[in-house]
Design a binder for this molecule. Structure first.
Ligand code: G6P
Ligand code: MG
Length: 220
């Protein structure tokens, strides 16, 4: 039986990708590296330090900054990003999400969060969603970024369910790969995702009816 639905945050609950992009573009620009939206799409679901490594590689500057300088660049990006979060209110919740979380609870299924963002608690409280999930995996305890399944496995463990009893929802390829590697059923939101067990174009289609029907279909 389905026991839990585990959500990614950025791109599933709310859309912060453009805020991450603006902050990274500024910091990359200061380091003499140009990044565009297409490159940024590949950073979805990737942790802060791993994102920085990819940006430096992209600009051919992987050896130009020592550890301490890299920490400073990541810190600077985060300061800009956190400043931009001031614009986030409960209206920034993506369509259908509040109703979906309500309906999942009514069905006695647990809800979890599996975001590698260290800002997840701050974002949840800005959205007024601090109490919306039964368990939020702590990104600070996770050493490996998605596509490693660690964060989803931590969420399953915190909820007391087996991965085979859970659905994971993601907007990033690294996230879909993480869910599949965890042994959960995967739901992809958006276009150009590969290997999602169910693919939806936006959260508007993401209803409890759709999720519960999908689960039954896969277990016949
Ligand atoms: C999410 C976003 C990524 C971001 C990561 C870490 O996965 O999709 O773009 O790099 O969180 O976020 P943080 O808030 O810890 O820098
Ligand atoms: Mg995401």
């Amino acid at each position: 039986n389905l026991k839990a639905v585990i959500f990614d945050l950025d791109g599933v609950i709310t859309d912060t990708a453009h805020l991450h992009f603006r902050a990274w573009r500024t910091v990359a620009g200061e380091a003499g590296i140009d990044i565009d939206e297409t490159f940024n799409a590949g950073l979805k679901g990737i942790s802060r330090m791993e994102s920085l490594r990819r940006i430096l590689c992209h600009g051919g500057k992987e050896n130009a900054f020592d550890n301490e300088q890299q920490q400073a660049l990541a810190q600077r990006k985060n300061t800009l990003y956190v400043q931009s979060l001031a614009s986030l209110t409960r209206d920034a919740l993506l369509p259908g999400i509040r109703q979906l979380l309500h309906d999942i609870r009514l069905a006695n299924v647990k809800t979890g969060l599996a975001s590698v963002s260290l800002n997840a608690p701050r974002i949840l409280s800005a959205l007024d969603m601090g109490a919306a999930f039964d368990f939020c995996a702590d990104a600070a305890q996770i050493a490996r970024s998605k596509p490693d399944p660690a964060i989803f496995l931590a969420a399953c463990q915190g909820l007391g369910v087996r991965p085979q009893e859970a659905i994971g929802i993601e907007d990033a390829q690294a996230g879909i790969d993480a869910i599949n590697a965890a042994g959960m059923l995967s739901v992809g939101i958006g276009d150009d995702l590969r290997h999602a067990d169910l693919q939806l174009s936006s959260t508007t289609e993401l209803t409890w009816r759709c999720l519960s029907g999908f689960w039954v279909d896969k277990h016949q």
